[in-house]
Design a protein around this ligand. Structure first.
Ligand SMILES: [Zn+2]
Length: 504
């Protein structure tokens, strides 16, 4: 297990730095973070100075800092007596990541629960949006519409609209999305935009589904944010981030991001685009839907109802020979073949695929009918990812790894700690927000040769692993050891197949 090595090196570095500046050092993973201390410094300044107030000793605020040189700047911002402690840069970055999520999501507690009165569905919608809901379902049952929200990847029931109010609730959602309220037999799709009380704006895509128990509705919520994420914000481990930045900035061939629906693939694509977006480049995108807007980029949202499909838009774009093209998803042979041929002609391609792991992208492309030589010649790298729930930094409990866990994870006899989820008023049963775990496969001559020979998945995976690729579980374990998530979450999300690969 090499996952712990960088953390240890960082810790040693922090210790050295602390010694030279005559400050105490702190292992943030072992600290309990006090939310009222965190509130003493605005998030933007914490991020700028890499400094986080973590607790109090009496009246004195303890501030963890990566670079002692920033002490003076931080002292100007917090009007209190301060005690500085030096913490590893990595741990501070992780802590800032968690705090960033905490700012974005609120807990479900704010949602109206139990039976919902008439016309409450709009209040419910804004409440759900504020709580970080990505999908909201109104499922017809004998008792009425069961309202279910997906938050941090998990679906749970949050309320019930009684039978008598159900048709009215669906009708009002239809009106809001400009759908035909007299149509009850066919599925309909629509859109609406809502504003929450805190001024956040959400785009909602609504699908009304006629079922044998009455009409139901599935809603997908997307926050309308001004700023796309950057590659430093998608939760990549330090070494993967470096490798990916290098791949993205070389702008050659095709970079694919894989994983199931809801694994954060498009966020990673946006982060990559954000990294290269530059007025000197001709960048085009074909998306479904557009989640972030970039200045100076041709962004097209597909709309099959008026004939704007992935295929038609790609055809138009490829005639203009762009520098970079981002395609929401390679869903069939036509889009995949067209997009990858553009990569052959020199366009840098970013896209996504539904595969279990990174090597699976090669076999998937061959399976849908892309020529082996096209696959071999264009693929630059494949990033597979999954989302796990992120541990709440305020109530996580650090504990030594058990003998069983050590054996399961292949940890050595060293001093390894994992964390347990407990729960506090600031989180949902010990979790808050999500975190991606990754697997990056960089194409090598050997892998290209195997693609040409139509090698099977197991062979591709074994060769990639022998060349240094880590499994999703490896990355997850490193993140669990860093206190970002739990083993339970990894087991829930990363399948046993991955665990089997790891054991070999
Ligand atoms: Zn908590």
């Amino acid at each position: 297990m090499t996952a712990t090595a960088p953390a240890t090196a960082e810790l040693a570095r922090a210790r050295g730095l602390a010694q030279r500046s005559q400050l105490p050092w702190v292992d943030l993973d072992a600290e309990t973070i006090d939310p009222s201390a965190v509130a003493r410094l605005p998030f933007e300044l914490m991020a700028r100075y890499l400094a986080v107030p973590i607790g109090f000793s009496g009246e004195t605020v303890r501030v963890a800092i990566a670079d002692p040189a920033a002490c003076e700047l931080v002292a100007r911002e917090i009007p209190a007596s301060l005690e500085f402690v030096v913490a590893p840069r990595d741990s501070l970055m992780h802590l800032l990541d968690s705090l960033r999520q905490t700012r974005r999501t609120r807990t479900l507690v704010a949602l109206p629960a139990g039976e919902l009165g008439p016309e409450l569905e709009m209040a419910l919608l804004t409440g759900a949006a504020e709580a970080g809901t990505t999908d909201l379902h109104f499922v017809p049952t004998e008792l009425g519409l069961s309202v279910r929200a997906r938050i941090d990847g998990l679906l749970r029931e949050i309320g019930l609209i009684p039978v008598a109010d159900a048709p009215g609730a669906v009708a009002r959602l239809k009106v809001k999305s400009q759908l035909d309220i007299t149509e009850h037999r066919r599925a309909q799709e629509g859109r609406m935009r809502i504003n929450t009380s805190s001024g956040r704006e959400f785009d909602i895509r609504l699908t009304v589904i006629p079922t044998i128990a009455g009409e139901g509705a599935a809603l997908r919520l997307l926050e309308h944010t001004a700023r796309p994420p950057s590659l430093t914000e998608v939760g990549l481990s330090a070494d993967l981030q470096l490798q990916l930045e290098r791949i993205v900035n070389r702008r050659r061939g095709a970079l694919l991001v894989t994983g199931p629906t809801g694994s954060g693939k498009s966020t990673t694509i946006y982060a990559a685009l954000n990294d290269i977006a530059d007025p000197s480049l001709d960048i085009v995108t074909v998306e479904d839907p557009v989640e972030y807007r970039f200045d100076g980029v041709y962004q097209v949202e597909v709309n099959p109802a008026v004939g704007v499909t992935f295929e038609s838009t790609l055809r138009t774009f490829l005639r203009t020979d762009p520098d970079v093209i981002a395609v929401g998803e390679m869903r069939d042979l036509d889009t995949a073949a067209m997009t990858l041929k553009a990569a052959l002609a020199g366009t840098f391609v970013l896209s996504t695929l539904h595969t279990y792991d990174a090597p699976g992208a090669i076999t998937r492309l061959l399976d849908i009918g892309v020529e082996p030589y096209v696959t071999a010649a264009t693929l630059t790298a494949v990033l597979a990812q999954r989302l796990v729930r992120r541990l709440c930094i305020y109530c996580r409990v650090r504990r030594p790894a058990t003998t069983l866990e050590r054996a399961e994870l292949g940890l050595d006899d060293g001093d390894h700690h994992l964390f347990s989820a407990t729960g506090c008023p600031l989180c949902d049963r010990g979790y808050r927000g999500q975190l991606a775990v990754h697997q990056l496969m960089t194409m090598t001559d050997e892998l290209r040769q195997l693609a040409l020979e139509r090698a099977g998945h197991a062979q591709l995976r074994d060769v990639a692993l022998s060349q240094g690729m880590r499994t999703l579980l490896d990355d997850g374990v490193a993140k669990a050891l860093a206190g970002l998530t739990t083993l339970d979450e990894l087991k829930r999300v990363v399948s046993a197949e991955d665990a089997a690969t790891m054991a070999t």
